[in-house]
Design a protein around this ligand. Sequence first.
Ligand code: F6R
Length: 620
Amino acid sequence: MCGIVGYAGAPDLDASALDVILDGLRRMEYRGYDSAGVALLTPEGLVARKRSGKLARLLQSLHDDPLPRSNTGIGHTRWATHGAPTDANAHPHLAAAGRIALVHNGIIENFAALRAQLRDEAGIEFVSETDTEVAAHLLAQAHAACGDLSRAMQDVARRLEGAFTLLAVHADVPDTVVGARRNSPLVVGLGEGANFLGSDVAAFIGHTRRAVELGQDQVVTITPSTVTITDFHGNTAPGREYAVDWDAAAAEKGGFPNFMAKEINEQPRAVADTLRGRTDGEGHLTLDELRIDESVLRGINKIVVVACGTAAYAGMVAKYAIEHWCRIPVEVELAHEFRYRDPVVDSRTLVVAISQSGETMDTIMAVRHAREQGSRVIAICNTRGSTIPRESDAALYTHAGPEIAVASTKAFLAQITACYLLGLYLAQLRGNKYHDEIAAILADLRTMPGAIQKVLEGLEQVRTMARWMADTRSVLFLGRHVGFPVAMEGALKLKELAYIHAEGFAAGELKHGPIALIEPGQPVFVIVPSPRGKDSLHNKVVSSIQEINARGARTIVIAEDGDDEVLPFASEVIRIPQVPTLMAPLVSVVPLQVFACELATAKGLDVDQPRNLAKSVTVE
Ligand code: F6R
């Protein structure tokens, strides 16, 4: 939520700060798009421009009325929390009679008290409704008192409660951007004659792949040639440098109409890359990142998955596999519910936190709560150096590459894959499965990128259907076993992208109530399990299709190649390849993603930036 960019470059470099910052904001826009703004240090002093709405509005304004050239500045793209998405509430916020500009990501929880104090004691008149403006004025006061921008930022950070990343520039401190972070992301980019700050590495990936991970409660000051990191008390603090393993091209659309279409298409690779390099010469799983003592993992008696949204559905899929392979009970809990219901977790509970961004505040809080109870936490995460893996006991990274579209697609498949690796690793460690059984499942997993590719190549029918259905007002999704979370994921994609009422049900639940929703013409997607399964649920799901078909529903059936039993009751059949039961979600979800993407596009909606949403939900 909110994307921020900072840049300090040597004056003799060709790049202008504005171009670098706007390029970064373009890549950060997935984090929020309610407004955008920049502030630059120029020979004429500090200049700022901000506009409500998407970045394009700011770009238009800068085109119509250009700002002077600059080599230092900050930028922001907003997901509104305090105050409507107006020009006045857009960042940067100014203080010290326009000599300080500040941008913020997060929520300052004690802003109301600080605002009253600044108004009553210093007579400050606020021009926005945001929590952020308080930080700008506090910085101005602190700087006036100590004359040092970094120290002033430390003072301010100590006074704020909640979650924040702040970046600021001061007209009297040339070539310098100062930042602070608590519970919100901030990474440093190290360039040649220039340094960068960003909410994530995508902000500067076009310029450098050398990044520095900041810790909790740190202040960073960049100039074109220096990076100084301290804690909130001014003590020197370490930063960990790492190389970003993807490049600028990965954060571009690459010829696709939108990021979501590109990311759907990248799913075979996301699965393959997540599987890569995780076995030794003898085929044993070696999850080197799992730095948790093997005896602890052998001793666990329960697994609790904590996650939100799509990541939670990945956890629900994984539950079926892990329980089946390891015979350990697995609970899947929405992270925001977990902490507040006094869950029964202890040192023998393994908590698995799944998160694409690694910055979802609900999941961070669940991780902290679990660790306080003595549980070990393994993060399954797509973003290196983010808060969730950093605060967990161990991390298993998904290698899906940057996911920029707000709706999660390739991360979902990579999360399921990583969970399966974890399940197999536990089965190996605890002796639940023989080596050759694990090798056989791994071999099946390695065929999945090919199977997903096959689905991707045969989706014209789904696209055509989605375009015809652009006026549809409600769609239901049914599934059973691993198809149930897939049904919910299909419904979530349609809600968030196309703003259509959609619900996913367990097919067996239909007769207990939801069947009352069926009326003539109601579109219902049904994910049909393989008829080859041992204790096949296939027949039961076919019965469900018959029941809704008899009541006039339009049944859109996702069934594997060769399953002809569904034909008499299906209005449409979407084919997926034959794969083992537990692998089926990796293929059956793909048509649902494409359906939602295509239908939203047919409605003229922006699939990469659906209304009211942001990619990283960094507030509770
Ligand atoms: C849906 C979607 C969200 C996220 C959820 C968790 O398409 O993207 O439901 O899955 O907000 O986000 P992460 O995985 O970053 O913790």
